[in-house]
Each structure stands twice: as structure tokens, then as C-alpha cells.
Design a protein around this ligand. Sequence first.
Ligand code: ZN
Length: 534
Amino acid sequence: MPRVVAAVFCFCLLLTGQERIDSDVNARIRKEAMENSKILRTIHNLTDVYGPRLTGSPQFKAASEWAAGQMREWGLANVHLETWDFGRDGWSNERTAAFLTAPMKHTLVAEALAWTPGTNGTVSGACVQLVPPERPTQEEFTAWLESQKERVRGKLALAGKHTAVPVSFTPLMLRMDDTLVQRRYDPKNPAPAGPPFGPMRPSEAKPEAGRLTPQQIGEQLDRFLKENGALVRINDSARPLGQVRALQNRAYDVSKAPPTLVLRNEDFGRIARLLGDGLAVEMEVQIVNRTHPEGRTACNVVAEIPGADKQEEVVLLGGHLDSWHAATGATDDASGVAVMMEAARILKAIGVEPRRTIRVALWGGEEQGLLGSQAYVKEHFGTAESPKPEFARLVGYFNIDAGTGRARGLSVFGPPEAAAVLRQIVEPFADIGVAGAVATRSRRLGGSDHTSFAVAGLPGIGVNQDPIEYFAATWHTNLDTYERIVEDDVKKSAMVVASAAYHLAMREQMLPRFAPSEMPPAASAAKPPAPAKP
Ligand SMILES: [Zn+2]
């Protein structure tokens, strides 16, 4: 190109902020992603072979080592596990069996609550239902507990009222409709985030002065049941269609809780109704749980494609390797982990040489509060207010953690210019429904691991996805298995992430960031983090 023309051309590039898109590389990425995919094999290993992957459990450790070995086999460099302190023993469940034995015999569907003890062998006894007063004061609750003392010894205690889960007449939204998603990513006037772009959560009841919170009631009920010889505590899953969402006892200490089951809503309801008829209901339960002191040291798995002339600068890709324990954690978040591993594999396989380092980090401890990613950010980057040298060298962190659904857009912590860059980089994937990118100024922790970066003032990039069955069925439930993966969607997400990572690794400049004077203030430490995360 003649020099004068070249000069004019470059000037135009600067004016319009036009990104240089390598359509040849994009074509090779698409081909590798669709024709030589290893992504289902990765998800199979993470779920069927190593799941569930509860942080601190032996399976989590084994999955970490497997992922590291697999990435080494694909030719990634500097593959290693970075440890961090989980601060509590690991826990795993080996066996849960629950039966109705009177007034008729039947098998029940239940999961153990994590970080609770197992039963002392097989236990059996009568069921009682304990329905505490609503929003009690401490005085009222203590009096109520006192009145229940004689009821619980040697019994299996249903905790609380049965939740009526109505039949839903609303069809499930599996994909975001195109007009909706375009409004969400409208560069001029983006529609606010929130459902259907994020989880629908019940707003947590505000604590009322003088009244106990549900957490305080739960803790006191645990202590009461233990002290008064109840055999098992039984919680209502309160979900439709046999879904059981069993998370953890908040104390993370098996010595502080009775053996605890989460029973599917339908079985809880049946027992509650039979008890309401005045019938004697009996159950038999066996729960085998283990604790793992070695699980106090948890890890993240890290691997990379080293960069060339800008090797010190890093484009980071991640998802969380840990899962809940009631299923094999396929959509939460083996699919996200597999997308990021696959994106790196694709780039390695097509033989590109990125200028910057592309690094994959698979987190532990996400489900217990984004622990692995926060530990990594603290160790490597610090914060905008107290940065370490690596702080300036992180281009961006891509996170995927909302199920099997295809990538539909990006949300980046940064100025509008950062979204403008990403919007152009993903534009070649408009044909598969990628609608663009928006910027956010939020430094609140919550959602998923990209917020650990945003909290620190770093460009965390959330990949927003089609909802498919995630919040409706698989998220944190016993239904989160390999069968719920949509092959075409995970392949396409990997394709989009591979291309976006590559282009960020190649452009002349870093992704635009907030200037120090424009950095939004860190979220107040007084505010608690947002509840429940994907
Ligand atoms: Zn998740």
C-alpha cells in the first residue's frame, strides 16, 4: 500500500476505532470448533468420571488433576495447580437412601445437605413436623422450641411447612428472543440486565429489628434437634418436578448440625399431608458422609498459551471447576470449564501465535463464595486502590457460568470504549446470535467469578447465555447432568470465546480501562455480597 494511502487509512482506523478482524483465523476457529471438537469428551470426563466436584472433596482434586493433565496433553504451557486456603475441611456424600416405611412402603427422593454428618448406620423412626412461628422474636422462638422438646427424641423431623409449588402454565423460555437480546446489547441504550438475562431470585427477606432471620432460626433449630436427640432433619426442596437443590449447612461444621436431608417437594408434601390426617408416618434413612481434612487446601487449575512480543500481558479465560454434590455439575459449571478449555485447545490446534499470553484458570470454591477467583485476584493483581504489578497487565477476564446455553453477548466492567472494542470483535458471530457487548460500572461481588475481578477494578467480562433449562431446572439441582448439555451450543460458545480471546491478544492496545480518576468506587464493605450465585 502506498505510504500516503496507508497514512490516511491508519488515521481512519483511529477515528472510527475500527478493530482489525482476522477473518481467516475466524474461519479456522469455526472449522476446528465444529469439526474437531473435544468439548463433549471434556464434559463427559468432568461429570461422569469426576463429578460431583464439591470444593475440598477428593473428586474435586481428581478433576483438577485431570483438567491439568488434559491441557498439558493439548500442548498448553505452564500448567499447574495454584493452592489457596479453603479454611474448612472438605466434605463428600457416599450414600443417601430414604424410605417411607409406614403407613405404606415407598422409596423417597432425597439428597444430603453438604457439611452435615451422616446417620449412625440405618436409622428409622416416626416422622414429626415442626412448624416454627413466623418471624419470631428470640423470646417467642425459645418458648416454641421448649414446647417441642418432647416431640423430637428418636424422631425424623420435617423442618417447616410444606411449600406449595403451583403447576406452571408459563412455557419455559429456552432461548432469548432476538429482539430482546438486541435491546439488551443496544450500544446506545442497552436494556437493563436482570431476568431473563440473569437468575430470578426471591428477594431475601429484610431483617426486622427484634425478629430472628431465617438463618438464625435455622441455626437454632439445628442445635435444638441435635441436643434433643432427633435422628434426622428433613428440609423441603420446595422445587417443582422432583428437583432437589441441596446446598450446604451454613456453619460448614458437621459437629454443629444433625444429619440433614433435602427431600423433594412432592415427598415432603405427601408426608406432611399424611401427618395432617393424624396418621403415624415412619421413615428409614441411611446417609454416609465423609469429611476430608486435606481439603482445607483447595486449588485453581492454570494453563496458558504463552504470548510472543507482549507475553507479559494476559487474556484470561475461566469458569469454575467446583460443583454442588447432588448431581455431576454438568451445566454448573462443567460446560463453562469445557468451553474455556476448548477455546484454548482450538487456538493451539490451529497453530496461531498470539502476541499476548492466553491463560485458562479453572476455579475452585465458586459455590462457597467465589473463593478461588478472589484468592487468585488477591495473589496476582491486588486492587485498583492497591495494585500489584500484574494489575496493569491483565487485558480482560472472560467468565462463563450460566449453563449450557450459547453465548449471546458480553458484559464488561469498564468504560463504554471497552464494550465498543468487544462489540466489534464478536460482530462476526452475529449469524449465530451473538448480539454485542455492554459496559458495566458495578464493583459488587456476586453472580460469578468475573465479579471477583470487577470488585478489584479489573475488566471482568461475563459471557451472557441463552437460559435453556438452567435457572428452571439444572442450576444447583440433582438434575444437573451430562444429558442436559446442548452440544451445538457449547461448541459455538467455545468458538466465540476463542475468537474474542485471540483478537484481544493481537490488538495493538490493551482493552480500554477506567482511568484512575474515573474508577467507580469499590462497593461498600458494609453491604453484603449479592445472595446465591450461579
Ligand atoms: Zn456456577
